[in-house]
Design a protein around this ligand. Structure first.
Ligand code: NAD
Length: 374
């Protein structure tokens, strides 16, 4: 049984299999193949993979024809998968959209698809939760990006030449990325404020030493699964006023707010940006879903008057070695759920993690079965 990773091109810097992961897959009974230069941008050479026991394949078509399990970071286009044999497994971050070109192609070619986006957030699956492993790094890197484009220092300093006041950093959304952003900003010595619509976030924010800012007591927009839901128009107005006030105090604003399956909430209006202090920086991690700031542009760094707006949606890519190590570990943990023999890979479809993350199998779109069962 062969497990493989592709070279995912010029924009993606991460890789789905690291040399350490190669060793785990060999122990599980796989042979491992990597496309030439698959890990180069993440700092892993072909020689590193070969030393770990993997083979390097130059021609991606040959790699696809031979592999039984293909691991990717991003959702591949159907064109990139030509050559995969029926029954091959594809594991990646894939949208659960039954009408997407990729899903239709995989159903037609009887490819078994697992999506890392759908790993359930239960304790047993924490080691496989790549949305969290990558969001955590994104939160950290977003603060560093903001600080790098800020013309002042962050911590308070008492120097002979004068006293320096600490910078103020406002974090919007206190989920996985936001909490790591708070922790990073605190370590740098900033005064940190954070806002979230889930009241459960208050205790977590305060335990990191930041101040939780709230619209009003007793309002909570948390769903049973722990995510945020959309808020009322009245709440949205109060939220805009609160953020307007704190954004004017802040030197750096880090936006991480998302609502699963929906457009990102607009939290920083253009009029608020206009009132911010010259030299302030906004880092918007939500641009792939429309952005939390009205003025940020996806994947661009722009200036609005004297405010810098950074709209890079995938900050984990800027720490590709660590991000690949964590993602590769997430995948190894998922693959440990499978039974691997020299001729077959099987899995227990009753397992909660398999049930939630399995999108296509035997030419069928599996989430439809979950809906029918409900
Ligand atoms: P996410 O990426 O969907 O959203 C990020 C944050 O944005 C969330 O905290 C959300 O409440 C917030 N948000 C949404 N709308 C907002 C608005 N209008 N204003 C301000 N903030 C807004 O969520 P996430 O970071 O993936 O995690 C969500 C929750 O799930 C957290 O409580 C997290 O601790 C929890 N979680 C649990 C597990 C587990 O148990 N295995 C794993 C990961 C995350």
């Amino acid at each position: 049984m062969i497990i493989a990773a592709m070279n995912e091109g010029t924009i993606e810097t991460r890789v789905a299999i690291t040399p350490v992961a190669v060793k785990h897959y060999l122990e599980l009974g796989f042979e491992v193949s990597c496309e030439h230069n698959a890990g180069k941008a993440a700092g892993f050479s072909d020689e590193d993979y070969q030393h770990a026991g993997a083979s390097i394949i130059k021609d991606s078509k040959v790699l696809l024809q031979k592999t039984n399990v293909l691991l990717c970071v991003n959702e591949p286009a159907p064109d990139e998968l030509k050559g995969l044999q029926p029954e091959t497994m594809l594991v990646s971050h894939i949208d659960a959209d039954p009408g997407s070109d990729l899903i239709l192609w995989c159903l037609k070619h009887r490819i078994t698809v697992f999506s890392m986006n759908n790993i359930p957030r239960i304790s047993r699956a924490q080691s496989m939760d790549s949305l969290s492993s990558q969001a955590n790094l994104a939160g950290y890197r977003a603060v560093l990006a903001g600080v790098n484009h800020f013309n002042r220092v962050i911590p308070m300093m008492m120097t002979a030449a004068g006293m320096i006041q600490p910078a103020k950093i406002l974090i919007l959304g206190a989920g996985v990325a936001g909490l790591q952003a708070i922790a990073t900003a605190k370590r740098l010595g900033a005064v940190v404020y954070a806002f979230d619509v889930r009241t459960a976030a208050k205790e977590q924010v305060e335990s990191l030493g930041a101040q939780f800012i709230a619209v009003s007591e007793g309002q909570d927009a948390e769903t049973a699964s722990g995510y945020a839901k959309e808020v009322t128009d009245e709440y949205r107005q109060l939220q805009a006023q609160l953020i307007d006030k704190y954004a004017q105090l802040a030197d750096i604003v880090i936006c991480t707010a998302l609502i699963p399956g929906k457009k990102a909430p607009v939290l920083v209006k253009a009029a608020t940006v206009d009132k911010m202090k010259p030299g302030s920086v906004i880092v918007d991690l939500a641009t792939a879903r429309g952005g939390n700031c009205e003025l940020s542009e996806p994947e661009q760094l722009i200036k609005h008057q004297q405010i810098t707006l950074i709209g890079y949606s995938n900050m984990a890519r800027l720490v590709p070695t660590t991000a690949s190590e964590l993602y590769a570990n997430n995948l190894v943990h998922l693959l440990r759920l499978f039974t691997i023999t020299p001729t077959k890979i099987s899995f227990n479809e009753e397992d909660e993690i398999i049930r939630q993350s399995l999108l296509c199998h035997d030419g069928q779109y599996m989430p439809l079965h979950l809906v029918k069962e409900k």
